[in-house]
Design a protein around this ligand. Sequence first.
Ligand code: BES
Ligand code: ZN
Ligand code: ZN
Length: 482
Amino acid sequence: MEFKLVNSSVNHDVLVVPCFENEDNKEFDFLLKELSSKNIFSCKKCTSYRYDKFENGKFLNVMFLGLGKKDNLDYEILYKSIVSSFKSFKFDRNSQVLINIFETKNLSKQSVLKSFVLAISACEYSFTKYFTKDKKENTVVINLLGEEDLKEALKESINIKDSLNLTRDLVNEPANVLTPEEFSKRCVEATKDLNIETFVYDEKWIEENNLHALYSVGKASVNKPKFIVMKYFGDKDSEKTLSLVGKGLTYDSGGYSIKSSDGMVTMKCDMGGAGAVLGAMTLIAKQNLKINVYGIIPTCENLINGNGFKPGDVINSLSGKTIEIISTDAEGRLVLADGVYYAADKLNTDMIIDIATLTGACGVALGTKYAAVVDNNKSIFDILEEGSKETVESIWRLPADPEYIELLKSDVADLKNLGGRYGGTITAGLFVGEFIKNKPWGHIDIAYVAWNDFPSKIFPKKGATGAGVELLYNFCKKISKK
Ligand code: BES
Ligand code: ZN
Ligand code: ZN
């Protein structure tokens, strides 16, 4: 599928007509009033109506795209409306689609264009590499009707789409293929033509450099852990850096605190945070943001063998803090502990955002639409939230009450890796917060938004959604120099 900017109405066989409630629509007014009076279609959001019209010797497929009341339209309503009408739409091969890019008082043409590109490409996304039957190439062209001033927005939207798809492909990739080593190769591959330096450290380095927590989680697998550091320095006038740290469990069986068979099926998604970091890094570099960013990925597999770490063990960490293991299934916070401490101490970074498929409790607290944020600095949350409004990602701030840190006190070590039954998403976040050396920090738990067990209104496919990519990118965009 190709997205193009056109400044005059090109030859097309599908015409998308955005329709608002109680607004005149010149060419189609008569038909729309008729459809409305018969209660067939009345321009309500997330509805559509299609018909074929015979014109100039050929059929033109017209799609009325219901968007509700014009003044109520926001990014999410537009995006969901596009998804709901495009998800079941089967384009003919070589279809030429024409969409008129409009604006409203709340939404710029740029946002409208982005919404069409991302919503349509979400409908088109599929992970088909393991089907053995012929896969058809998608040759549809989406022509976006607009002026030159949309050129930059189109370029950015296409870059966002590509990075989202990169992340989705990685998260969908089965764990027998996407091992820590393979993941590190994909990071190198995805960044090699960009202004990003990528370093991959192996198990020996991890051990010698005291990343004990990452080492302990990964040591029961024959697929050895890796520690990946990507460096993008886009602001030569500044020494300030931001670090994005992503949980990269290419598989989480739970270890000796083993998961149920059902709970294990989708655990190839447990590198969703790391996938989001890689996606965001490629996007930041392609868009040349004026900012210095490290992308840090501790990656390993949480399995079982005669050498695995066990409940009751006391392990060390890069920070020197000791940790009593209560559950080997609470492994994400352990690898993140070393990841964020590496950023804070070894890289002396100025700000840290970590992102992870960290807790099942997150789904219990917030459902499958919202990611949870725990932070030590409200303005980090505010910037993340402001950025989220220009995407279909939703976040919610949980209380990082210091009282809850008490729940992580151990009888035998500095900390334990489980805070008990209540507030599991908060205590998991606060655990990571013990390793940031008091730097400004935000933690994003995407456990229930990175993976769709069922298609949702936002991402109409099962499997990896690409959650976190835009959230991280918009955050960087907002704090970068113009
Ligand atoms: N990777 C899981 C969290 C998860 C659960 C991600 C469901 C996606 C969907 C994490 O490592 C984990 O197992 N967490 C435990 C923590 C518990 C032991 C405190 C959980 O949520 O059950
Ligand atoms: Zn786990
Ligand atoms: Zn996990």
